[in-house]
Design a protein around this ligand. Structure first.
Ligand code: HEC
Length: 105
């Protein structure tokens, strides 16, 4: 009886590790929010490919905003900076904010 229980739990463990493997494609799906790609398509024309262009736009490589401040400005816009609330999803805006934060390191 004990052996049966043991092999049953071993089988369950095996099943659990298999289902973990099949969940891998879900993780790959999150890569849809590619901050660099979103920046290139939506921001680079004004801010330059690397976040630095000219005196009309702030230097995003050095701007003193944390992730939540970036998300706020990108979502709502600021003066001549357009709001992206209706153009990008919250996930896309967060991915772009992560990209800019990564430049600050
Ligand atoms: C049409 C040109 C244009 C586009 C497109 C644009 N920006 Fe801007 N952005 C500006 C201008 C101009 C400012 C300066 C606004 C100010 O401070 O008056 C600015 C400011 C900013 C700031 C600083 C805001 C603050 O609170 O000081 C951030 C961050 C920023 N942009 C990020 C982005 C990101 C990310 C994108 C793409 C999703 C983007 N911008 C797209 C023109 C643009």
């Amino acid at each position: 009886m004990r052996f049966v229980l043991y092999s049953a739990s071993a089988f369950l463990l095996l099943m659990a590790s298999c289902s973990q493997k099949t969940s891998a494609p879900t993780a790959a799906k999150e890569k849809v929010y590619d901050g660099a790609n979103i920046f290139a398509k939506n921001c680079a024309r004004c801010h330059g490919a690397q976040g630095v262009k000219d005196e009309r736009t702030p230097n995003l490589q050095t701007i003193a905003l944390d992730k939540s401040g970036l998300i706020k400005s990108i979502t709502n816009g600021k003066n001549r900076m357009p709001a992206f609330e209706d153009k990008l999803s919250a996930e896309e805006i967060a991915a772009v904010a992560d990209l800019i934060v990564s430049w600050h390191r």
